[in-house]
Unconditional design. Structure first.
Length: 156
């Protein structure tokens, strides 16, 4: 079983853009967005993905994740039948200390929201936070992409 362990933070400045080693545009939707499991379809650059995530643990830092690359045309077709509220964002990859932060800058109804995620080997692993990282929001459901499609940032 694949286990995703990550911490999520709000971003306080756009300094990450100058430090990014890469960026990619992502469009994603959900075939299922219930609390117990989400089934996500994603177009990331020129590739398609299908991802299934389980419910998070008590801290919100760990949960089951299964992801497979699928043909791009299949991903585009599946996006057309997803629940309302497609997520549109650019992901920046920024190395800092021993970690790579994935910084997501959202568009559309989530315009203005920028979050950084850092994947870890264990929940106890220390995170060396860059200056542009602010408040930790790990485990806060309103920052889950599956919730941002239902209640976008601009409606808070």
């Amino acid at each position: 079983m694949a286990l995703e362990i990550e911490r999520k933070y709000l971003v306080s400045s756009d300094a990450y853009k100058e430090l990014a080693k890469a960026s990619v545009r992502i469009t994603q939707g959900y075939l299922s967005s219930v609390k117990e499991r989400t089934v996500r379809v994603r177009v990331k650059g020129d590739k398609g993905y299908l991802t299934i995530k389980g419910i998070g643990n008590e801290s919100g830092a760990s949960r089951y994740e299964w992801e497979r690359e699928i043909p791009l045309e299949d991903a585009k077709a599946l996006l057309a039948i997803c629940e309302p509220g497609v997520i549109d964002k650019t992901r920046y990859l920024v190395d800092h200390g021993p970690h790579t932060f994935e910084v997501d800058e959202f568009y559309g109804e989530n315009l203005g929201l920028v979050v950084a995620e850092c994947e870890l080997d264990s929940e106890e692993q220390a995170v060396e936070k860059p200056d542009w990282v602010a408040e930790e929001v790990t485990g806060d459901p309103k920052y889950y992409n599956s919730m941002l499609m239902k209640t976008p940032y601009t409606q808070w």
